[in-house]
Design a protein around this ligand. Structure first.
Ligand code: GLY
Ligand code: MN
Ligand code: MN
Length: 437
């Protein structure tokens, strides 16, 4: 797998900033993700663990990053798969120990065959072991044998670092956003009544592949009622004339995710009912973006989108109550508007599509304070699935599902929409759908 497009100094300064926060008699062990099998001996495409990617950019399976103290200094060691002609004939050439030492931002590299001896000897000399358990059974077993050393979780420290993006990371996230934006435009252009959801998926993902990227989560292409299923991804239905399609798709560049949702009519023209709901969601989304201000609490975004959606649902005659009643508790958001907007307004975005750093609705407090360098999604929606039996769905809007999602960088000068190349006004969308010219 190729090396992420980040400078070595970016990695070494991350390592120093992380290790500098640990007690000096610690040992750090960061394993990557396991290979997961899909059927018999066929694996899912491998995706490295995000903490491993963050600390050293290593993208191949089975590796473990270790850091220990030696003569008053931190030393980083990457344990990697050793060169092995027989395995390489099938799986491709390995970087190996020597290639790792010369090409990766670590002090040392060793074969994974040596990990037991090495870890065991360092365990004796430390009082805390910072490790991510549950990913590498051999490592878990080794640590389980540690006598006296206390196990500690490195992720809170790393998460506080990962949530603030550097200039280099923002460059990659902008690239990822641009590819995902262009893929949505290509799909809008290619849409026609009767198109299969899978065909739209293939246009989106072909664009990712053309740009040497790949999806950051399974693409959601929901036509008609399927747009009302939040994580729908079977993508196997035809979309009839008159229906909307909701496309929630993002890609990865050097591990950094984008995550865009657009909704458009397959005919190229919104009906009056679709337009009413679309305009309301767009108004809420713009209010959500405006709330992405440095210094604001996380919940500000959700409060902003909720206020617009609740008022809009009242104005459209869907709800018959006050805005306060529609929203319910100011922390719980448990009023009746929740029947139609049942998810959060967004999440952090980075190496994981639902990135680290906190910030979820349902948090006990108002969530983290937004700071320059954070990247969030803003993705309100309204869903009127006529299949719902738990609530009454207004006839006028039955079967409509709309979500609009952008990726937003928090700065000192206000929100910067990384996905601003992806059209979202009704006029822009109507001009694009079915327009191959
Ligand atoms: N694609 C999943 C999400 O928007 O959170
Ligand atoms: Mn999202
Ligand atoms: Mn999404």
């Amino acid at each position: 797998m190729s090396k992420p497009d980040l400078s070595d100094s970016e990695y070494t300064s991350r390592q120093s900033a992380f290790l500098g926060q640990l007690p000096e008699d610690s040992l750090v062990l960061i394993p990557t993700n396991p290979v997961v099998f899909r059927s018999n001996d066929t694996a899912f495409p491998f995706r490295a663990n995000s903490y491993m990617l963050y600390l050293c950019g290593w993208s191949d399976p089975e590796a473990v990053l270790m850091a220990h103290r030696e003569r008053g200094k931190w030393v980083t060691t990457l344990f990697v798969q050793p060169r092995d002609t027989k395995a390489e004939i099938w799986e491709g050439q390995r970087i190996g120990v020597e290639g790792t030492v010369s090409g990766w931002p670590v002090d040392q590299a060793h074969s994974l065959e040596d990990i037991a001896d090495s870890v065991t000897s360092h365990l004796d000399a430390c009082t805390s072991v910072y490790c991510i358990p549950g990913l590498n059974p051999e490592l878990d077993e080794l640590i389980g044998r540690a006598d006296g050393a206390e196990l500690a979780d490195p992720t809170p420290i790393l998460d506080d670092m990962r949530v603030l993006k550097s200039k280099e990371e923002i460059r990659l996230m902008q690239e990822s956003a641009d590819i995902a934006s262009a893929s949505q435009i290509a799909a809008m252009r290619a849409t026609f009544p009767g198109i299969g959801e899978w065909q739209i998926q293939s246009i989106i993902e072909a664009h990712f592949t053309t740009c040497k990227s790949r999806w950051s989560y399974q693409s959601i292409v929901g036509g008609g009622e399927n747009a009302t299923i939040l994580h729908y991804n079977s993508n196997d239905n035809e979309i009839s004339d008159g229906e909307l399609v909701l496309v929630d798709a993002g890609c990865e560049v050097s591990g950094y995710a984008s995550d865009i949702t657009r909704t458009w009519p397959v005919s190229g023209k919104f009906s009056d009912q679709q337009r009413e709901i679309y305009e309301l969601v767009l108004k809420a989304q713009l209010a959500g973006i405006e709330a992405c201000q440095a210094g604001s609490v996380w919940l500000s975004m959700h409060r902003a989108t909720s206020a617009v959606l609740a008022q809009g649902l009242i104005d459209l005659g869907v709800l018959d109550c006050s805005v306060e009643e529609a929203i319910g508790d100011d922390m719980e958001f448990n009023g009746p508007y929740r029947n139609f907007f049942m998810h959060g307004t967004g999440h952090f975005l980075g190496l994981d599509v639902h990135d680290v750093g906190g910030g979820r609705q349902g948090d006990k407090d108002e969530g983290p304070i937004l700071q320059p360098g954070m990247v969030v999604t803003v993705e309100p929606g309204l869903y009127f699935g006529s299949w719902r039996t738990d609530i009454e769905i207004p006839d006028r809007y039955a079967g409509i599902g709309v979500r609009i999602e952008d990726n937003v960088l928090i700065t000192d000068n206000g929100p910067v929409v990384l996905t601003s190349n992806c059209p979202k006004t009704i006029d822009e969308i109507e001009a694009l759908v079915g327009n191959n010219g």
